[in-house]
Design a protein around this ligand. Structure first.
Ligand code: HGY
Ligand code: MN
Ligand code: MN
Length: 420
């Protein structure tokens, strides 16, 4: 086929949707739950196995594979100018404990499909294009999340991350050692490099695109979030013999705090306040609890609201501690951000060319694109998901929706990488 004919074929024409869908279903087997979801925690044996399959698929297409000191995994389509800063695209393959088949995985596999399809068609853009699977985006095993993209962009130091432990006392350092030891055939690159542009494809994780009948969401930005951990220390005592006046009940104090916090953040009504993790020590039915440990996930698109309410959280907790002692630690504070217009226009123009109905949409969920936003021009492409459900085993999106998103992504990546 002549170069001219080649040029007439857009990258979106090269996308093999059946292959992409098969790979989505295959990856969902790693950590598959009986309810049809996925439990593939960061740096777990399930994730090690999934990473190997990704690397095999990339090599079959002739791509080179790299990892880095935090375990990010890259699949590179070499460009005509290898020294030029590459275009990057991806997301994460770690999941929530009761996660779905598409959160993160769609973005990694759509990016991998784009570079595989281009490689198999012997298309060589000026800049290299790399698909990436970022380490520990979800933060459910090791908190806070987004360690891979934060370390890559220098938003957070690697050493502090390596010391983080999961609930069983396993550190990131030791879990990561197993991941990297399982990849002796993958070249290690240093942490971070200049990136020309980053695009992440993701399911919306909300109901808007489906409700509005749109195939593509051009993401305008990501709402801000603040994350805290609260430790309430009381005193273990006998549940039957200890009079109320003598009790230092950590759970009753924590419950009072959470109720007061819920009142504090009641207004404005679009504030997102979640206590998703709650641990009790010694967690025994006939022992007055010695300690309660819980998470706070606070989100809002207005940085002033986020600032005002987040700043009030420690005092609110201390004021409701009663006879217990209270520790409040803020573990992450990510402001609300807007993606650059030029990248949003590139995405919407690609959707127009493919005659796909699209709309601008703000992301209420967090993504690795947040970190890349401070590193290079970044943007996101959303596809609808059924009833907006996510972080739930029934998460679902249709093959044609996956096809639409991956085609737009392929054309956007080519345009960014091949621009003269
Ligand atoms: O929490 C989030 O927004 C992301 O899904 N980890
Ligand atoms: Mn995600
Ligand atoms: Mn998620």
């Amino acid at each position: 086929m002549s170069a001219t004919e080649q040029r007439g074929i857009r990258p979106s024409d090269l996308i093999d949707v059946d292959r992409l869908w098969r790979r989505l279903m295959r990856l969902a087997e790693f950590g598959a739950t009986s309810a049809g979801g996925v439990n593939r925690l960061a740096l777990s044996p399930e994730e090690i196995a999934a990473r190997k399959v990704l690397a095999d698929w990339a090599r079959e297409a002739g791509l080179s594979v790299f990892n880095d000191p935090i375990g990010n995994l890259f699949f590179r389509l070499e460009g005509a100018d290898p020294a030029a800063a590459p275009v990057l695209s991806g997301s994460h393959i770690d999941s929530q404990p009761t996660g779905g088949k598409f959160d993160g995985t769609f973005g990694v596999l759509a990016a991998l499909e784009a570079v595989c399809a281009l490689a198999l068609a012997a298309r060589k853009p000026r800049r290299s294009i790399e698909a990436v699977a970022w380490t520990n985006e979800e933060g459910s095993r090791f908190s806070p999340g987004m360690m891979g993209s934060e370390a890559f962009t220098g938003q957070r130091a690697l050493d502090g991350m390596l010391a983080v432990e999961d609930v069983n006392g396993t550190s990131v350092r030791s879990a990561l050692a197993h991941v990297l030891a399982a990849e002796p055939d993958i070249s290690r690159r240093p942490l971070g490099f200049p990136v020309h542009a980053y695009v992440e494809a993701h399911i919306e994780q909300g109901p808007i695109l489906e409700r509005e009948g749109k195939s593509i969401g051009v993401v305008s930005g990501i709402q801000g979030s603040r994350r805290f951990r609260v430790t309430v220390r009381g005193e273990a005592a006998h549940a039957g013999t200890t009079p109320r006046r003598d009790r230092k009940d950590a759970v009753l104090a924590a419950v009072g705090m959470i109720d007061a916090l819920a009142q504090l953040v009641r207004d404005p009504e679009d504030v997102m306040f979640t206590v998703g993790l709650f641990r009790v020590q010694p967690n025994a039915p006939s022992v007055v609890p010695r300690e309660a440990y819980f998470s706070i996930d606070l989100r809002h698109p207005d940085n002033d609201v986020l600032g005002r309410l987040g700043d009030a959280i420690p005092d609110c907790c201390h004021a409701n501690g009663g006879a217990c002692t209270v520790g409040v630690e803020e573990i992450a504070h990510a402001p609300s951000l807007g993606f650059p217009g030029r990248l949003r226009e590139t995405i919407s123009a690609a959707a127009e060319r493919l005659e796909l109905p699209w709309q601008e949409i703000h992301s209420a969920a967090g993504h690795d694109a947040r970190q890349l936003h401070y590193h290079c021009d970044s943007g996101m492409i959303f596809i609808p998901c059924r009833d907006g459900i996510s972080h739930n085993e029934s998460e679902w999106t249709e093959p044609h929706q996956v096809a639409d998103g991956s085609r737009v992504l392929a054309d956007v990546l080519w345009e960014l990488a091949d621009a003269r």
